[in-house]
Design a protein around this ligand. Sequence first.
Ligand code: GLV
Length: 308
Amino acid sequence: MSLLYISDAPRAAAWARFFAEAAPDIAFRVWPETGDLADIEYVVAWQAPSGLLASLPNLKVLFSSGAGVDHVDFSAVPSGVQVVRMVEPGIINGMVEYATLSVLALHRDLLDYLAFQASGAWRTIEVLPASARTVGVMGLGVLGQAVLERLGAFGFRLRGWNRSARRIEGVETFAGDETLHRFLAGCDILICLLPLTSQTRGILGRGLFHALPRGASVINVGRGGHLDQAALIEALDAGQLGRAILDVTDPEPLPADSPLWRHPRVTLTPHIASMTQPETAAPRLLENLRRHQRGEPLRDVVDRQRGY
Ligand code: GLV
């Protein structure tokens, strides 16, 4: 029985070291050295080369090496194969750090002060307590909940919106499309942590921006496909939105001629908010794989119909 790992060489080396020590019974193969294709029962990949999965007669589980699975072509995954998304402490902590960094930068006007410094201006903006601001998170999965929990420690007022109902202590939660505008109406800072599906594509668009209070800011750490870029620029230029912090764009990398690069109220990072960390991800994946071997249900299985 073997596991095929598909990624770059430094990551592969870290994963191979862990598996050699913790699971010597599993033959750890690194793409393109597949060994006998019939031996492969597990694949770990961000994106499997086209046609590969269908050529593995005994494949049981495809583990995504990332939290999102919108890039997975489910039609290329044989129907009996389960798809598992990556949920691990390294990804969660990275996302909590980035969201906290972004919310605090907006809350304490850091991006304005960087601009003041660049122009040599000694200028102050009134400091508000965290309790005077409401942060709203769209997408109340593992990542959204972890972000809210940490932000709560600063004293922000918290809101959350999700497709299905969730109860989270200290958070005013909203469920379903019919509550979206009520949710948005109270958010000073909005964080998008939704999965990208046909229902959420373009959700950060004109209607949503106008449902926010005037001057609200948006942080997108979901996917670039959530955002209507033209609508964002229009809302920023009209003053409807204060600022946008974007870690994801569509496409990536962002083309050199995109107006987002130079917009004074857009802050961009190149999809680095959160990364799978081999030290925490490999043990977590092995634990899940062992569950499968024992015939127990896998954790973090993707619902192909829902797409997350
Ligand atoms: C990164 O974007 C991921 O899905 O893990």
